[in-house]
Write a protein that binds this ligand. Structure first.
Ligand SMILES: Cc1cc2nc3c(=O)[nH]c(=O)nc-3n(C[C@H](O)[C@H](O)[C@H](O)COP(=O)(O)OP(=O)(O)OC[C@H]3O[C@@H](n4cnc5c(N)ncnc54)[C@H](O)[C@@H]3O)c2cc1C
Length: 399
């Protein structure tokens, strides 16, 4: 689609401002919402295909797409019931129900809500924990509790809609790594999303991550099957979130990709892109999860990449398929000599996924491998890795 140009614009080289944003998202049609992890898995991972239509959104593998979630109608109703509020009350020109659905973070409690609750119900457990001023104790108390749990624990407390506007934070978009290549799937963006669900405090209600369960449960699934009232939607608000530091190397350079679980997302895009470009550089994928039978995401495509020679090396780590746990970093250790050879030949290393444990363990493994294979002491190995980072040959996209 050609963009209109302004006749008064005398600086044509200046990049156009981003067209789609949090305030002005593009409504992308959800063409596919398919569960990837199979029955039996403890994970629930979905594959999405979005139609970018006439949005003009262009992306490169490694970029993310931000999604604007909508809160679950059932949770909105439960909050209205708990606070005995009329959903049609006007809040700055918008009905309260709409505000609760689209504008406010109503699951994870914000500091101002906790402060207000503690003031209004000084005998509550929340008030006692906040009074102590112990951050760890508060974190422990809040783990598994959402706003509704806190309201149920203080059943006499009420907030007016105007007060709610002050104690809720604005609902934030969530980023998802794009798992496709525009060369392979023009006009579309694929996402690979783990639905966050856990049993809340007290064990009587399943809590859901706001955006991941919005996508899994209500994006693009047939309204006729689930009912309009369930909040099912055929389009979702998105905007691009480029990541210039997470880009494929030149076609002749090798890429080592370490992405267990949904960390595989950008690497699926990388591999499709490399295949379409006929890139000659080697591709080495480390992937893992709990069980091969249920959790091997995109297994057919990966087999095809291997058969086509796009994947030069593939190492899989399914942690719970044998008595001793095996993770991607264990596979790296097992292939230490080859990894070192690839690094010495100029390979780029990419890590994507869980930023809490996996990225740290993979980083430690890389340091050990460089030290042992390169005959370096710990400081020299650290310098080697630092230099890789400086040369943008060791990059991470972790969350
Ligand atoms: C650049 C980037 C790329 C990303 N790419 C992807 C991707 O490709 N795929 C993907 O799935 N995600 C990806 N993410 C993560 C994604 O953005 C969201 O953070 C994720 O989907 C959770 O959001 P949510 O709205 O569902 O959960 P939220 O409503 O934000 O809730 C998450 C919170 O729930 C709480 N919680 C979670 N589990 C438990 C538990 N067991 N017990 C108690 N409390 C718990 C924690 O406090 C946690 O912070 C990416 C993030 C970034 C920054």
């Amino acid at each position: 689609m050609s963009m209109p140009t302004s006749s008064t614009d005398s600086t044509p080289d200046r990049p156009a401002p981003p067209r789609w944003s949090k305030r002005s998202p593009y409504q992308a049609r959800v063409l596919v919402n398919r569960r990837l992890s199979l029955a039996g898995s403890s994970k629930e991972i979905h594959h999405f295909e979005l139609d970018l239509g006439d949005s003009g959104i262009e992306y490169q593998p490694g970029d993310a797409l931000a999604v604007l979630p909508v809160n679950p109608p059932a949770l909105v109703q439960a909050l209205l019931d708990a606070l005995e509020l009329d959903p049609d009350t006007d809040v700055d020109g918008v009905p309260l129900r709409e505000r609760l659905l689209r504008d406010w973070e109503i699951a994870t409690p914000h500091r101002s809500l906790m402060k207000a609750l503690a003031e209004r119900d000084p005998d509550s457990e929340l008030a006692h924990v906040t009074d102590r001023g112990d951050k760890d104790a508060l974190h422990h108390f809040l783990w598994g509790r959402d706003v509704l749990d806190l309201l149920h624990a203080s059943p006499t407390v009420r907030f007016t809609p105007v007060e709610l506007a002050k104690v809720f934070r604005p609902l934030q978009p969530r980023a998802y790594s794009i798992s496709s290549s525009p060369l392979r799937h023009p006009g579309r963006a694929h996402l690979t999303v783990a639905a966050v669900r856990y049993t809340g405090h007290g064990g009587n209600r399943v809590h859901g991550g706001v955006c991941s369960t919005f996508l899994a449960d209500r994006a693009g699934v047939a309204p006729a099957r689930y009912g309009e009232a369930a909040g099912v939607t055929e389009t979702i608000g998105v905007f691009p979130q480029p990541n210039k530091s997470f880009r494929l190397p030149g076609d002749d350079a090798a890429a080592i990709m370490i992405g267990p679980g949904t960390g595989l997302a950008p690497f699926r895009g990388f591999l499709h892109e490399r295949a379409e470009r006929g890139a000659r550089g080697g591709n080495w994928l480390f992937f893992g999860d709990q069980h091969r039978a249920f959790d091997y995401l995109y297994a057919d495509e990966i087999a095809q990449f291997e058969a086509d020679g796009v994947l030069t090396e593939l190492d899989l780590a399914f942690s719970r398929d044998q008595t001793e746990k095996i993770y991607v970093q264990d596979r790296m250790f097992a292939r230490a000599a080859e990894l070192w050879a690839w690094l010495q030949d100029g390979a780029h290393v990419y890590v994507c996924g869980d930023g809490q444990r996996m990225a740290r363990d993979v980083d430690a493994a890389l340091h050990h491998i460089v030290a042992k294979q390169g005959g370096l002491d710990a400081d020299a190995a650290a310098t080697y890795i630092k230099d890789l980072k400086k040369a943008k040959r060791y990059v991470r996209d972790v969350w």
